[in-house]
Ligand binder design. Structure first.
Ligand code: BG6
Length: 309
């Protein structure tokens, strides 16, 4: 923690050298570095770490509304509120015992169990939120840095009210890429998407893998649980695995929109791509006492790890 408002953060380190950083402002993951110290998330050089704006980059949390799918401010309010460290967190993630760490790289075969670094944050409704969205809720975020450097976000929403409520949700993940025009996404081909640039009209993806040469703002609906983002220049593949979040948003503002954003450098669009695990097309309804859980796991592996790349 560094103590100052908006800048207060938690740093996770795993023994191999990977790190992650979570700001309490927004419950926002702002950095994820591999064991070589390479940053894997995009964070704008112009990011502002205080209300009313969300931090530009990292992983903002869109709740209780994704985008403009409702009457609230764009992407809801969770991303521009101060979260707290959960005083009563659920049990820690299971300790790992040696062997394969799940991302294809080998870890040492030490049979003693090791704890993965993690933190639990919570956002409760306050009077302010209640005025905007009149429901009692608890929103929790667990960030786990796996041994081997995978980054897992587990989110839980609990209805602490006496009536049902409905929300949409996204983990608005800004990936750092060398040059977006050299990137392709696999796992979304032939799916339907809602095009935010065309009044959310529904289209079916025709191409093979998805590549980028202009502004993109799409919600792919009902996607597979695994999506690969392949950065040819860096020879790096991000693998995004998700549960409870059936949709995937893909966004790059491209040149013109980049210039219009005050908290985003004019050329920065070349070095980022948002791929967001989301629940948008079918909003989630919780009865009193019910809880919903969503999970997104990111790993970054050398592209050569996959055959044919
Ligand atoms: C994306 C949306 O998820 O977020 C876009 O699909 C939006 O429509 C983008 O422009 C950024 O939103 P904001 O509010 O952070 O500027």
């Amino acid at each position: 923690k560094d103590g100052s408002t908006g800048m207060e953060k938690v740093v996770l380190r795993e023994p191999g050298g990977a790190t992650a950083q979570v700001h309490l402002y927004g419950g926002h993951v702002t950095s994820w570095k591999n064991e070589k110290g390479e940053e894997l998330l995009f964070l704008s050089s112009k990011a502002i770490f205080k209300p009313p704006k969300a931090i530009r980059g990292g992983i903002p949390i869109c709740f209780p509304q994704f985008g403009t799918f409702g009457s609230l401010e764009q992407h809801g309010f969770a991303r521009n509120r101060f979260w707290v460290i959960d005083p009563n967190p659920p049990p820690p993630p299971p300790a790992l015992t040696g062997g394969n760490n799940g991302n294809g790289t080998s870890s040492n075969n030490n049979s003693s169990s090791k704890q993965q670094p993690f933190v639990d944050l919570i956002l409760k409704h306050g009077e302010d939120e209640h005025k905007i969205w009149p429901h009692s809720f608890e929103l929790c975020l667990r960030v786990v840095l796996g041994l081997g450097g995978d980054l897992t976000l587990i989110t839980r929403v609990r209805n602490t009210d006496s009536k049902n409520f409905t929300f949409t949700f996204a983990l608005h993940t800004y990936l750092s890429v060398s040059d977006v025009s050299e990137v392709r996404i696999e796992g979304l081909e032939t799916l339907d998407y809602l095009d935010n640039l065309k009044d959310r009209e529904r289209f079916t993806e025709q191409g093979n893998a998805i590549t980028f040469d202009a502004e993109v703002d799409r919600i792919y609906v009902g996607t597979p649980t695994k999506i690969a983002i392949i950065d040819h220049e860096k020879k790096r593949t991000f693998v995004l695995k998700k549960e409870g979040l059936p949709d995937a948003v893909v966004w790059n503002p491209w040149e013109k929109k980049a210039r219009a954003m005050v908290d985003f450098g004019d050329e920065e669009y070349k070095h980022m791509l948002c791929v967001e695990a989301a629940a948008v097309e079918k909003p989630i309804t919780l009865k009193p006492g019910e809880e919903w859980r969503g999970r997104q796991e990111l790993s970054a592996v050398p592209s050569s790890y996959f055959s044919g790349q």
